[in-house]
Design a protein. Structure first.
Length: 251
């Protein structure tokens, strides 16, 4: 089998997943977008969290040209990315009971805010407890996960529950357990993950919906522009000034 054929198969698989997410999650995307719009309109702040590679989709909506300026990264030391050494430490920290509570207690999150929690499996203690504790604080939670994991794996949280069980809105990425789209007889393990592609697309669709919802209500959505286009820095400076009390990545 040629490299080109495998590349095409991956694109086909990713496109099929994106189509499914678009068609099957349309109502949840609209609901999540409205939740973000409600939060912005009522003076709340927006946060996104993901551990390991799930953090990539969280980072993709923070300080992003074309994105909502109010979206902040909720960073947990040691689990944000593979820059931690050893990289396996991040995986271990996701399974630590009590870590989420400590993170929320020392974060700027408060009642009336919205938190997007991204976890492909949704089975580890950190995302589950993050959702439970956040909602107990009066924070709205949007979960982005693969619902399939809840029926094909065992929860690693003491409650036996998953991220999807503790959210105001759940977006299902449709990713199969194992996150690998390709198999070949000559290669002993499945490969070519698509979760980042689909999760990022889901979140950008939610952000687009939130912006449109705000505009429909007569509220200018607090969007950022690229700093690489003329006038971009000036535009962003105005947004930062207007919403500075709800933006934490500049402090």
């Amino acid at each position: 089998m040629s490299d080109a054929t495998l590349a095409g198969q991956f694109f086909d698989a990713a496109i099929d997943l994106l189509r499914r997410a678009r068609d099957e999650e349309a109502d949840r995307i609209a609901e999540a977008g409205a939740l973000l719009a409600d939060t912005v309109a009522s003076g709340g702040r927006l946060f996104a969290f993901g551990a390991g590679h799930s953090s990539l989709a969280a980072q993709d909506v923070v300080y992003r040209a074309g994105g909502l300026a109010l979206m902040n990264l909720l960073a947990v030391p040691g689990v944000v990315g593979v820059d931690v050494m050893p990289a396996t430490l991040g995986s271990a920290l996701e399974r630590v009971d009590g870590l989420a509570g400590a993170v929320l207690d020392t974060s700027p999150l408060r009642a009336g805010d919205a938190l997007v929690i991204i976890s492909l499996s949704g089975r580890n203690a950190l995302p589950v407890e993050m959702a439970i504790n956040a909602r107990a604080l009066g924070i709205k939670v949007i979960g982005v996960t693969s619902v399939a994991y809840a029926s094909e794996t065992t929860s690693r949280h003491s409650s036996g529950t998953y991220l999807k069980d503790h959210c105001d809105v759940v977006l299902d990425s449709k990713i199969a357990v194992g996150d690998a789209e390709l198999t070949v007889d000559t290669i002993p393990a499945p490969f070519a993950p698509a979760s980042t592609v689909v999760t990022s697309a889901l979140l950008q669709a939610v952000v687009a919906t939130a912006a449109a919802t705000l505009a429909d209500r007569g509220i200018e959505p607090p969007l950022l522009r690229s700093g690489n286009v003329d006038g971009g820095h000036e535009w962003n400076g105005r947004v930062f000034t207007e919403y500075g009390d709800r933006i934490f990545y500049r402090r």
